[in-house]
Design a protein around this ligand. Structure first.
Ligand code: C5P
Length: 232
């Protein structure tokens, strides 16, 4: 499995996205397209970025009945994305249906990873609003194990959870980790952060980095620093 840095293109228009991507004249970064950009520009933004030679993680976090997720995943698979995701809370049958939908006639498919509990959900809100009384760490690990049972490739998690996920689900089960900051950088609204070097040591397979690159004075230099520290 190739370790790589995924750049979160959290922009609200194609214009801003391309102004940013045009800066990269050498290696084309693996990019993450989230709901904001996808809902603003539709599937054409995916086709266009793909045409420019980038790998794409389409972060749309699907969660619906299995049949709807299966059919939607088939559409995303035809868009030729490299990675996409869903909520593990949709249960194992939904995740299995997603894999079926994603798998192309030739047997290939994009990587599929699961969101466990969002990092915006804490123990208290999980208990109060979702009536889940187990400790949140166990819930996260249980959801990761469900994703593995369903045949998914990995989970999105905090770098602090990556080692535990590997322990429970195996070294091949991918951990894709946001919440990455340079040692000398601004944390922004991320509370539990790690440097690219620490994320590498702890065993993250992919790091997702947004503002430390997109808001840097020299985004290409910041991206190259991430690659140096994380991939080596
Ligand atoms: O700018 P920053 O590096 O904080 O961006 C991180 C990216 O990862 C954003 O697109 C954010 O939505 C996403 N993300 C996150 N924490 C999660 C899941 C996704 O920061 N738990």
């Amino acid at each position: 499995m190739g370790k790589d840095v995924i750049v979160a293109c959290d922009f609200d228009s194609a214009e801003k996205t391309f102004a940013f991507l045009d800066l990269f004249t050498g290696k084309k970064p693996f990019v993450k397209i989230g709901m904001e950009l996808y809902y603003a520009e539709g599937p054409d933004i995916v086709r266009e970025i793909k045409k420019r030679g980038h790998k794409i993680f389409l972060d749309l976090k699907l969660h619906d009945i299995p049949n709807t997720v299966k059919k939607s995943m088939a559409v995303l698979s035809r868009l030729d994305v490299d990675m996409c995701n869903l909520h593990a809370a949709g249960t194992i049958p939904m995740m299995q249906a997603a894999i079926e939908g994603l798998t192309r006639e030739d047997g290939s498919r994009p990587m599929l990873i699961a969101v466990t509990q969002l990092t915006s959900t804490d123990q208290e809100t999980m208990q109060r609003d979702l009536l889940i009384s187990e400790p949140i760490d166990e819930v996260v690990m249980h959801y990761a194990a469900n994703a593995k049972t369903a045949g998914l490739d990995g989970v999105v998690c905090s770098p602090l959870e990556a080692a535990k996920v590997h322990e429970r689900c195996g070294a091949d089960f991918m951990t894709v980790t946001p919440g990455v900051r340079f040692a000398d950088g601004d944390k922004g609204d991320q509370k539990r952060v790690m440097t690219p070097e620490e994320a590498k040591k702890i065993g993250s397979d992919y790091i997702v980095v947004g503002r430390p690159i997109t808001a840097a004075q020299d985004p290409v230099a910041a991206y190259e620093r991430c690659i140096r520290e994380f991939v080596g």
